[in-house]
Design a protein around this ligand. Structure first.
Ligand SMILES: [Zn+2]
Length: 175
């Protein structure tokens, strides 16, 4: 018996149509900051122009004070401040001599946009904030930056009238 070669029928394979090619992708646009070597998401970003939280603020009065960077904007009858405290900053170490009081006698009302701060009142009561968090600190305190990231505080400020305007005591109290 002759071996019949069974020719397997060619499987009908639908030929892939080559007519529709995926449109070539537009050249990927690099995210802003990629060129300047800014850190990616999740990484602590280096101070640089690419980071809007640290970038130059048009119209602000810019100053360095005891190692902190302060930008002041007048708004209405108050001010908005951006305070950037570097890692290692501590009020009693870096500001006390400049200010000349035992404790920081300013009230701080604002929003901690980045970083981690801790502080202590004269009676030993402590406070702490980790961004993002609202911050209310009564006059009469020391405070410092925790960790290796700068702390960025956006503060609502009425100069010497801050405590009264925000209904805070003139000095830390339990009343
Ligand atoms: Zn207390």
């Amino acid at each position: 018996m002759a071996r019949t070669r069974r020719k397997s029928p060619k499987r009908a394979r639908p030929k892939p149509t080559r007519t529709t090619r995926a449109p070539s992708r537009p050249r990927s646009v690099k995210p802003a900051g990629a060129r300047s070597g800014a850190a990616g998401p999740g990484k602590p970003s280096a101070p640089g122009a690419a980071d809007p939280l640290l970038a130059r603020i048009e119209g602000a009065q810019h100053q360095k004070f005891g190692g902190a960077t302060v930008d002041v904007l007048k708004v209405g009858n108050g001010r908005i401040k951006r305070l950037v405290y570097p890692p290692g900053f501590r009020w009693s170490t870096h500001m006390q001599a400049v200010v000349g009081t035992d404790q920081c006698m300013h009230a701080h009302v604002g929003f901690l946009a980045r970083g981690h701060i801790k502080g202590e009142y004269a009676d030993g009561c402590g406070f702490e904030a980790v961004a993002p968090q609202a911050v209310v600190v009564q006059p009469g305190h020391d405070a410092w930056v925790v960790g290796r990231e700068p702390a960025v505080l956006i503060q609502f400020d009425c100069e010497d009238d801050t405590a009264r305007r925000f209904g805070l005591p003139e000095e830390h109290t339990h009343l």
